[in-house]
Design a protein around this ligand. Structure first.
Ligand code: PMP
Ligand code: GLU
Length: 397
């Protein structure tokens, strides 16, 4: 019997997670694959954060936490927003969840009604459009261009807004493109939004610290924006804590309350032990994060230089996060004499099977001309991967 609900049936599988699993399965069979599919720091969580979790176990943090997270953690999140982003939130406006993905789900489920339009600039992170669909909304995709470093222009935003527009999802630094909106670019978008006061903004800032061009800029920092923005963030990327599952959001009180209500019925508060570890991460200095970002920058340079040497590949140098998103469409229709590459999915499978390098097809990110590579892995892995990719692309004529 199969009586899966229409809503879940309609969801696409997360292509990042699916490719990661496929790679892990191959690796378990003994195939040496360099995994550039899933995006997560290859660094271990710093010792002082791990020790905070061990202490929490000893201190019997074994009970349910408050649904939106412990008060001291929410206070630490509010303090972080004040100190680092100049944003004023009370702890009541913070909801701590099972990762930033869960925070996004809370926000989208609490905002989007049937038929509501949500503007999603492409390339977008694979989960946005699926969550909007699950909520009954309709994603209005703006296809941005390589020439504009995959950033949406104010004109494109204005043209996409209709009376049905409920929200805009922004991601800066971006997964998958690594593009970072400058303060001036954000201001230009805010100026458009000023003409449409009912449009809400969901600002995904999970890659805040992995920024190679300077200070992080949040769209919530502009006058009038905190009242109409939910900021999504968490400890997964900046502190190498993907498996701990702690993310958070900051929102106007009415929305934070709605997310709290939804989370209270859906999951309750996230892991008590992980919350104590996240508190330690937030109040400690940024030395680890800064060192990790230096490594990502070096790897970004290596990978972009290596990919640029492959004829036909077009890419811009990412300013943040830990992905490159090259346009590989020049290879569609090419063949090694045996296998013909029709599209991004074919190419990713070819690279997996022949180059033994796992990547993710661009289609899931709304840009089928591209594929995504995560460079959050060791320098040695990256050297192996780039060499192998150069050889493998050369077979396709
Ligand atoms: N937003 C973006 C853009 C991401 O890349 C990720 C990483 N998967 C998330 C949100 C979710 O992060 P988390 O692991 O904290 O759920
Ligand atoms: N952010 C990572 C990625 O995009 C994690 C995978 C996921 O959560 O989908 O690869």
């Amino acid at each position: 019997m199969n009586c899966i609900s229409k809503r879940v049936d309609a969801l696409s599988e997360s292509s990042t997670m699916a490719m990661n699993q496929k790679t892990k399965d191959l690796q378990a069979q003994g195939v040496k694959v360099v995994n550039l599919s899933v995006g997560e720091p290859d660094f271990f969580t710093p010792d002082h954060i791990k020790e905070a979790a061990v202490k929490a176990i000893g201190d019997n943090y074994s009970f349910y936490s408050p649904t939106p997270g412990y008060m001291d953690l929410r206070q630490a999140v509010a303090d972080k927003f004040k100190k680092e982003n100049g944003l004023d939130y009370t702890p009541q406006q913070i909801v701590v969840s099972n990762g930033a993905k869960h925070a996004l789900a809370n926000a989208i489920m609490s905002l989007v009604d049937d038929g509501d339009e949500v503007i999603v600039p492409a390339p977008y992170w694979v989960t946005y459009t699926e969550l909007v669909k699950y909520a009954g909304g309709v994603s209005v995709v703006i296809r941005t261009t390589l020439e504009n470093n995959y950033k949406m222009t104010p004109e494109e935003l204005r043209a996409a807004i209709t009376p049905k527009t409920k929200a805009l999802i922004l991601c800066s630094p971006s997964n998958p493109t690594g593009s970072v909106y400058s303060r001036t670019e954000l201001k230009a978008l805010v100026d458009v939004l000023a003409d449409f006061p009912s449009v809400f903004v969901i600002s995904d800032e999970i890659y805040e610290y992995i920024n190679f061009v300077g200070r992080h800029e949040s769209i919530a920092q502009f006058p009038g924006m905190p009242e109409r923005t939910v900021v999504i963030n968490g400890v997964s990327k900046g502190y190498a804590m993907t498996g701990w599952r702690i993310g958070y959001l900051a929102a106007p009180l009415w929305l934070a309350k709605a997310c709290n209500k939804f989370q209270g019925q859906f999951t309750s508060g996230p892991s008590s032990i992980s919350q104590r570890a996240a508190l330690c991460a937030l109040v400690s200095d940024k030395q680890f994060t800064e060192e990790m970002t230096v490594a990502f920058r070096r790897r970004r340079d290596f990978v972009t230089e290596g990919l640029k040497k492959i004829p036909g590949i077009k890419l811009h140098k990412p300013d943040g996060a830990f992905y490159v998103f090259p346009d590989v469409s020049a290879y569609y229709g090419k063949s090694d004499g045996d296998i013909t590459i029709g599209n991004d999915n074919d190419l990713c499978m070819y690279l997996l099977n022949v180059a033994h390098v796992a990547t993710v097809a661009g289609t899931g990110f709304g840009e089928p001309n591209c594929i995504r590579l995560s460079y959050a892995t060791s320098d040695e892995n990256l050297r192996t991967a780039i060499r192998s990719l150069q050889e493998t692309f050369a077979r396709l004529k």
